[in-house]
Design a protein around this ligand. Structure first.
Ligand SMILES: CC(C)(COP(=O)(O)OP(=O)(O)OC[C@H]1O[C@@H](n2cnc3c(N)ncnc32)[C@H](O)[C@@H]1OP(=O)(O)O)[C@@H](O)C(=O)NCCC(=O)NCCS
Length: 151
């Protein structure tokens, strides 16, 4: 039988679980980054944009995003997914799909009809995951400029 997945808003107590999942995914441990990210979530991000997933009574995944109004010449408000991650031991069990479902349905409940994200060209795994989740390539162009160090 498939184990239940419980989705809820992130809380301060989730800090070490989030650091651990990222560490086990990327090999990089960023305690200070996650502290700041959670402060941002508490202070200015709508609560529904920062979610964790629990299985077996432990945090096994997260999604962090935000809502953006009249940005980049876009009309109205859109939601952005900034980062999503699932504990490697809990992948392919529908955890990310549940997180995505809650995020998109909450966006919809708040009158938001479009969800944006950015995916690196060098990350075919994420490209496939977002395609499976119903995302298609958008019409915006991504621009960048390298700024030389002055120091
Ligand atoms: C991509 C990721 C979020 C998927 O999580 P998951 O819980 O295993 O995904 P799900 O089980 O909910 O799968 C949802 C759908 O995406 C597809 N999918 C999941 N992982 C995939 C992969 N690696 N490649 C292709 N498709 C994938 C599944 O097949 C599924 O589609 P289906 O329902 O048609 O079968 C997870 O592999 C991950 O965290 N990767 C690392 C992401 C990262 O680097 N984050 C930043 C730092 S933590």
């Amino acid at each position: 039988m498939t184990k239940p997945i419980y989705i809820r808003d992130v809380s301060k107590d989730d800090l070490s679980a989030l650091v651990n999942i990222e560490d086990r995914t990327t090999g990089v441990s960023r305690l200070e980054y996650w502290k700041k990210r959670m402060e941002l979530s508490e202070a200015i991000r709508p609560h529904w944009t920062s979610l964790v997933a629990e299985m077996d009574n432990r945090v096994v995944g997260f999604i962090f995003g935000r809502a953006g109004e009249l940005e980049f010449g876009l009309p109205g408000t859109v939601a952005w997914i900034e980062v999503i991650g699932v504990d490697p031991a809990y992948r392919h069990k529908g955890v990310a799909a549940e997180l995505m479902d809650r995020f998109t349905s909450s966006a919809n409940d708040h009158g938001i009809r479009t969800v944006f994200t950015l995916v690196s060209k060098d990350n075919p795994e994420m490209e496939k995951f977002f395609a499976k989740s119903g995302f298609t390539q958008g019409e915006m162009l991504h621009f960048k400029k390298e700024v030389a160090a002055t120091a």
